[in-house]
Design a protein around this ligand. Sequence first.
Ligand code: P1T
Length: 379
Amino acid sequence: MGFATKAIHTGQEPDPTTGAVTVPIYQTSTYAQDALGRHKGYEYARTQNPTRSALEKNLAALEGGVAAHCFASGLAAIDTTLKLLKSGDHVIVSDNTYGGTYRLFEKVLRNFGLDFSYVDTTESINVENALRDNTRMVFVETPTNPIMAIADLESIGKLTNSLGLRLVVDNTFMSPYFLRPIEFGADIVVHSTTKYLNGHSDSIGGVVITKNSEDADRIGFLQNAVGAIISPFDSFLINRGVKTLAVRMRQHDENGRKVAGFLADHPKVQKVYYPGLPQHPQHERAEKLMTGFGGMIAFETGSLAAARAVLDNVTLCALAESLGGVESLISHPASMTHASVPAEERARLGITDGLVRISVGIEDVEDIIADLDAALQKA
Ligand code: P1T
C-alpha cells in the first residue's frame, strides 16, 4: 500500500457501531463494563480511547514502527521517551535542537540525574567521541531547528545498533512523508504532531513511534502511568490532518524550493539554510536520506534591525512561533523558539540576531515571494 493510501485508511476503518466513515470523537472518561472483569477492551480513557487508538495505528504505519503512542504535546512525547532511562544515564544530543527540548533536558531532566552532552550530529565521529560508559541514548533532531543541519543518520544508526544504544530521532521537520528514520537505524521516532502531521495550526500534540515491541510496551506503560495523553478532540483533528499529509508535503516542498531559490538570489539576504540548495553542506546526504526537502528555511539578514524590518513588514506571513501549517509562518529564533538556549551557544550555532526562520505554507508561492520581497526592501 502506498503512503497516501495508508495515510487515509490505516486505523481509519468505518465505525463498527454506525458505519461512520470518519473515526468519531469518543468524548468519554470511562466505559461501562459488562460484568466484573469483563469489558470491551476499554476501561478508562487515560489508558485507552478509540479516537486516539485510530491515530496511533495510523502514525505507527506511516513511520514503519510496531506501535505509536500519542501525547499532549511534542515535549510531553519527548519527556516520556526520556523516562525509558534512569538516574545516572547519559544521553548524546544534537547540539541544535528545538529550544524547548534543550530546556527540558537542561532545566528539568538534569535535576533527576540524567546527563546530556550536545554534539554536532552531522558527523558520527562526534557522537563516538562523546560516548561514555553510562551513555544509553542518542537523541537526534534532523534537520535541526532552525539551522537545517542534516544528521549522518546512517552512520549514527550503525554505531548505536552495534553498541546497543537507543537511537531516538525527532522527525518533526520532515514528517514520515519525506523521511522514515527507522529505515536508517532509529529505534524510536518522535514528533510534535502540532506541526506537519496535523498541518492546520489548530492542535498541540506529540507522538512516540517505536521499532520494537519491548520499547512500545514500556512507552504504553508510561503513557498510562504518567498520563500526559492527547485528548480525543485533538486526536480527531490529527486523524483528519494526516489524510492530506502527502499532498500538503508535496506542496510545502515545491513552495520551499522556490522560496529558498528566491532568498538565495536576494541581495539583502546573506545566507540561506535549506537542504535543497546545492550549496547546503549536507545537500547530497539530504538527497540520499529524504525524498524531499520540505518547507522550513532559515536565512541570515545580517542584523537585528534587518530581521526586525522583515518580521514587522510581512503581511501574508504571520509573525508566529510554530511551523508546518498550511499558512506561512515567520519567526525570530534568537528571541522566540530558541530564547532558552544561552546566547554564547546560540552564537556558536549560527542562531544570530539577524536570523529569520520561515515555515513556507501552501499558499500560491508567488504571493509568499512577493510578501518576502516587499518586506526585504525595508531591511
Ligand atoms: O510544541 P510541542 O508540540 O510541544 O513540540 C515541541 C517540539 C519538538 N520538536 C521540534 C523539532 C519542534 O520544532 C517542537 C516545537 N517547535 C516550535 C514550537 C517551533 O516554533 O520551532
